[in-house]
Structures are given as C-alpha cells and as structure tokens.
Write a protein that binds this ligand. Structure first.
Ligand code: NI
Length: 182
C-alpha cells in the first residue's frame, strides 16, 4: 500500500523518534515504506515521513548505481539505529527530500560513518558506510532526530530556502506523489 508522504510543516517531522519493538504488523509497514519510496522515486524514507515517530528508515540506492557505484545493491532497512562514529573528513553532495519537494541544496557531512542497527528480522549489525551510502543514511538518520537537510545548509542558502519551505508548509506547493500537508 502506498502511504502519503508528510510534507514540511507536519509536526511529526520535528519530533525525536522512538525506538520500536518487533510486532506482527511491522513487516507489512516496512513493505509499504519500500513501495512508497519506489513509487516516489526516492532513495530513502524515514518512518516520520509517513507519520510514524519511530526509529526506522529504509534506503534503496540501486537506481543511483550508475552515478554512485557504491550504491549497487544498497537496499536496506535500519531499525533503532545508533550512529557510533563519524569521520572528520567531510564531503559535499546536493540533497533533496521527499518531504521538501522542489528543494535541493548542497550539504556538507562526514564522508564515512559507523552505525549499529537492526535489520527487518531484528538482527543486529555494526557496519561502516562511506560515500553516497553514508550520505543517504545520515540524511535519513536526521529525520529520526527531528532534523531536515535544510537545517544544515549555509545561512545564506537558508534565507533562499525559507520562502520555499514556507510555501510547502502553507500548502502552496505539492508533490507528484501521494502526500499529506497542513
Ligand atoms: Ni528526507
């Protein structure tokens, strides 16, 4: 089932998400998140973006493998993730977000990370990611902390983005996928 994506302005996007437990309904919810992500042509989706303040996100970078070879086969579920380490070395990528349609901005973040997480079977992993994989994960992880990527852009770019963000929050801008707004 395709879920509506919550757009900027929805309070759930500013909440600190909570750890979750394995329930019988969770598998279907994760399947719905992947279906929603694919249909919206995104590379990551966090539970708060579909209205659930849960520490869970899914990533699917497989469509980006041509530009970012490290994303080949990069399709994964992260439950109750914990960012353990971030590299001092940073890199810049242009980011966008399904909750912020029409906005893309350069964001500087650590190039590599180490993260501990549970997969969809609640098996624990501790893994290092780098390049665009690390980028997608950090963007989604931010959603669990109540952050969006425009919180991390330069002050001058923030000024430019503010009008667009206000337009989304006021319902003047929509998206090409199913969405929910104020
Ligand atoms: Ni996002």
């Amino acid at each position: 089932m395709i879920l509506p994506i919550y757009l900027y302005g929805q309070p759930v996007l500013r909440k600190q998400a909570e750890e979750i437990e394995q329930t019988p309904e969770l598998k279907q919810f994760i399947a719905d998140m992947y279906e929603t992500l694919t249909q919206a042509e995104g590379c990551g989706l966090a539970a708060p973006q579909v209205g659930k303040p849960w520490r869970l996100f899914v990533v699917d970078g497989t469509e980006l493998a041509e530009d970012y070879p490290e994303c080949k086969d990069f399709k994964r579920t992260f439950i109750n993730p914990e960012l353990l380490e971030t590299s001092e070395e940073t890199c810049t990528y242009s980011e966008g977000c399904l909750s912020l349609p029409g906005i893309s901005e350069n964001v500087i973040r650590p190039k590599s990370i180490v993260i501990r997480y549970l997969d969809e079977n609640f098996e624990e992993h501790e893994e290092e990611f780098t390049g665009f994989q690390a980028r997608i994960i950090q963007h989604e992880y931010d959603h669990l902390e109540g952050h969006v990527f425009t919180d991390r852009i330069s002050p001058i770019r923030k000024t430019f983005a503010r009008n667009k963000l206000t337009a989304i929050a006021k319902g003047k801008v929509g998206a090409r996928y199913k969405y929910k707004r104020q």
